[in-house]
Ligand binder design. Sequence first.
Ligand SMILES: C[S@@+](CC[C@H](N)C(=O)[O-])C[C@H]1O[C@@H](n2cnc3c(N)ncnc32)[C@H](O)[C@@H]1O
Length: 688
Amino acid sequence: MTKPDTKKSEPSNLDRLDGQSMDITAQRLAAIKALLPEAFDLDGNLVRDKLLEALKPASYEASDDIPAFGLAWPGKQLAFAAAGVPTTATLRPSPEQSVDFDTTQNLLIEGDNLEVLKTLRRSYQGKVKMIYIDPPYNTGKDFVYPDNYGEGLDTYLQRTEQKDDDGFWKSTNSETSGRKHANWLSMMAPRLTLARNLLRDDGVIFVSIGDDEEANLRLLCDEVFGPENFCNTIAVEMSTTSGPKTVNAQQGTIVKNIEFVHIYRKSSAFNESVRTPLLDGIDAYDTHYTNWMNDDGTLDTLSDVLMCDVAIRSDVEKNNLAGSRGFSIKSMDKLLSVSEAAREFVTDNLKRIARVDRPPVSAQGASPDVGKWERFSADHRDYLLTTLESGTLQSLIPLHANYRMSDDYKPRFGRTVIRGDLWKGFHQDMGNVAKEGDMVFANGKKPVRLIKQFSKWATLGDGDILLDFFAGSGTSGHATMAQNAEDGGQRRYICVQLPEPLDEPVTLDDGIVCETIFDLTRERLKRAGSKIKEEAGLNAEKLDTGLRVFKLDSSNFTAWNSDPTTSETDLLERLEQLNDQTVAGRSEMDILWEILLKMGLPLDLQLERFELEGASFIGVADRTKVLSTETAIPTAALEALLDQDIPPSELVVLDGAFENDNARANIATLYKERKDDDGKPVCNLKVV
Ligand SMILES: C[S@@+](CC[C@H](N)C(=O)[O-])C[C@H]1O[C@@H](n2cnc3c(N)ncnc32)[C@H](O)[C@@H]1O
């Protein structure tokens, strides 16, 4: 039997919508070619030696036998190459599992993140402001997805169907496999590569990690993002040495209290965005703040001024806080802890209480009187200056400057310090983490506050996207909604999670049974969303707590299955399928969203259905792009669409939707020939 001709008749003047995810390798090769044409042979192939030659600095004389610095592991090349292999996979909408499907801009996607990231590429390349991921730490107990790059999506689909077989889903990446670190790095490399591509130029990625892979991850990130884009590694205090840890600590073991987060920016454009400092509360009063600035420009000693307040003086006396020389500022902490009046006094007078510091260079020449203060402007800034008795010029720094709301577990208004790379106090959040989102998740659940602080620091703003493709219990989505509820923001999230089976199904209080981690993610995001909305007060109205659910699957469009087969029935079945352009059992919604994805449109779009000459169309972005999932469109409708005052710039229809081959060719010509003032077609017509 000869293989059937699967090509549809197609006039050469009609473009076909590319059915695959974006081909990264082709894009990269084109970029290299533009820069280094000498690295390619006459057939247009990149030649390794020519490339190395072209990149060799003139001063570099050393030979090839000096190994390059960097991270090496078996399977590395294949792992990076996996990021470039296009996929035909699609994302099928699941409105029944969603909340406010038609209007929400939050997305939850079920599936293996490698394939999902590839399907998102066309729509989200360069669009994501912040990524937070918390991948398996590779402790030997956690699940590491064993990619088989050759099989890609098929492996995933096969395995999700056979989840209980051979304990596959339970398989861990143990030391005994002999490739523990290599397997983990091979899992991470293509995912980080794709993640980088989705980031905006001013975007940033945060990756949580433990001891097992912290060092390897750092080198891998250097390779993917470039060492020049490394921002920080922060140490997060996740526990204290208490409870069961105490015994080990008492025996001399240095117990684990911290986890790490590596932070990389996409490019130096990130530094141009204004970042928000994070503040830790400080209990002790800073006893350098001893000066009191009167309105008339004179200075007093704070302790003297405090004693003029009757209530404060009484608290000082009651608590024996004054020594033989009267009340000293050294006892300020004690005073503040016992005297409500003193606390109020300090908070009400933050702008008058000051310490002295070195004056700015530009203040040279100023000479306020001793015991007086005066304002001084230089470099567009105002300074407060005084002269000490020694004759030295000094700057006065009011207490106001470091009294703010802290970013602590229980935020409070008080003295703060700007946080460095040691993020203390998250052990307190960990004590409560099981209750967050009303969802127990024993698989590395992170505190909502941690993610909120990352996005606060990264200044994730209105309309910005936070992506988490190892979503677990969905903390990132929860944190995004919580932050929006707090400040009325309009941030959006995309969470991706594998339907990894739980050891035991979990029945939630309303009877919903969760069999996979994905079920938990979805339910937490739903519950957290409705609770946040309930409690949001004034911000509730514009708060988006919905979630649009999609599931990774094979394309809705039939393609010739070229797997070898000797079965005639099999072959006839395949031929039968080809007559229908779409896979049996797929809905109009499935097809619609696949077309949108392949048009490179984002998945949070709102769609507008409209009728024209008896055909139904779907418009997006004010009908600048239009598509149709109809299997038969009257020629008159396609003509009418183009004849509108403002026709769409792009129209995508099913290949089989034309009345006949003749109509197809005529419409193709009509669309090609209707040109704008620049001589370009007014509307690009494509078939899928
Ligand atoms: C450490 S947990 C993340 C916990 C999360 N930060 C939280 O607060 O709940 C890592 C998650 O990644 C998921 N995961 C592992 N491999 C994945 C893959 N290839 N695609 C999508 N999710 C994956 C695991 O199922 C697990 O739920």
